[in-house]
Write a protein that binds this ligand. Structure first.
Ligand code: DAT
Ligand code: MG
Length: 168
């Protein structure tokens, strides 16, 4: 198994319920390395790009409201990149199944997730599902210079007179 990167997002309910420390402790059981982290508010644009594969689902509008913080009056999320052997599988294991009611009760989603009356799964944490998705998502959420390792090729670009690295 070779080293790989995966994106984790602690969603607005996780921050609102003060679960950040707890979730990071659970994830540290994997012995993976954190190679990037940021706290940010999620724009509608970032949210729609992140969940573009679900845009035809009936729960899509609610999902966008959720990740942009409109359901919780809390627009912060914490995004992290974990790196190491089988990172995607290890993090998905601790995250648990997508549906919180079907998730292992000791997983993050099993312990802290719930299903809203709207039907949306409020499942506290995002975790990339495969290497291609991980790469697509990491490039959406992070600039090359925000990551400690050089995960993917980048290039220097000049924007309004200042040089900046961008994904190729
Ligand atoms: P995952 O987050 O486990 O990779 P996904 O990418 O299929 O799952 O869906 C993204 C999010 O959308 C998921 O975390 C919660 C919500 N969601 C997915 N399927 C759903 C469903 N059938 N009903 C309600 N919410 C759903
Ligand atoms: Mg997914």
């Amino acid at each position: 198994m070779k080293n790989e990167a995966t994106l984790v997002i602690i969603k607005p309910d996780g921050l609102k319920k003060s679960l950040t420390g707890n979730i990071l402790s659970r994830l540290s059981e994997t012995k993976l390395k954190i190679i990037a982290a940021r706290v940010l508010k999620v724009s509608e644009e970032l949210a729609s790009k992140h969940y573009s594969h679900l845009k035809d689902k009936p729960f899509f509008p609610e999902l966008i409201k959720y990740i942009t913080g409109q359901l919780h009056g809390e627009n912060r999320v914490m995004a992290l990149i974990y790196w190491g052997k089988d990172a995607i599988g290890k993090v998905r294991q601790i995250a648990g199944a997508t549906n919180p009611e079907e998730a292992d009760p000791v997983s993050v989603r099993g312990a802290y997730g719930r299903i809203l009356t709207s039907g949306l799964y409020e499942n506290v944490i995002h975790a990339s599902s495969d290497p291609a998705e991980a790469e697509r998502e990491i490039k959406l959420w992070f600039e090359p210079e925000e990551i400690v390792y050089e995960l993917y090729p980048s290039e220097e670009r000049e924007i309004k007179g200042t040089k900046k690295r961008a994904w190729k």
